[in-house]
Design a protein around this ligand. Sequence first.
Ligand code: OAD
Length: 239
Amino acid sequence: MNTEVAGWMRAAERIVILTGAGVSAESGVPTFRGSSGLWRQFRAEDLATPDAFARQPALVWEWYLWRRGLIAAAQPNAGHRAIARLEQRRRGVTLLSQNVDGLHRRAGSDPIELHGNLWHVRCANACGVRAHDLELAPPREQLRCACGAWLRPGVVWFGEPLDPETLDRATDAAAAADLLLVVGTSAVVYPVAALPDMARRRGVRVVEINIDATPLTRHVDAHLRGSAASILPELERQV
Ligand code: OAD
């Protein structure tokens, strides 16, 4: 099956790769769902919604700073690196990621980050200030914007819309692809979860790479069962 998918990749002019937390799992970054997922340990309603931040900004920041610490200690894995090599070697490869960990960038990729980036901050009052690369454990006063409001993590929370321009770019790329690889995502969080279906309806071939079955599995052209860090380099070598 890998050989057939590699053939599809060789023949494709435009390849879109959509990744989720599973691609960073082998870097030691916890996923959200599944037996050791973050949402087993924490409640999304308490930590990843605008209401939670309005109620308890310090608690939400504590959780994000803890995640920053985990991610800072992690390294991109063979899956991230294979994607970056593919982007460098071939034209027409677009990477879309739901991940906020920045590991694709550290591997040398230039992803469209659909859910933002946890290393970015912005003003919680939307005064327009955006500061990048806030220190890992900033003193409390650095969590304040110049306008006096709290700064917040530059990520998309539940109940918030995705940046419309970013979503449009991703949708256009997926619709125009010859091949869409969906890697390490449970494919349940919308609107991103709608992209593979939309692409399929437009005749795009869809391949899923995941250690488990997902709601998408029975709709794809091929499901490669296994870890992103083993399957992606294997495919990349054959392309
Ligand atoms: P999930 O945690 O929901 O799903 C991770 C997927 O990766 C699962 O389908 C696993 O089977 C698979 N997986 C785990 N390890 C893998 C490996 N080594 N190789 C391949 N696959 C593996 O993460 P996402 O689908 O990314 O959003 O979650 C989507 C969104 O929900 C996130 O961006 C986040 C979350 O709540 C927000 O915070 C808004």
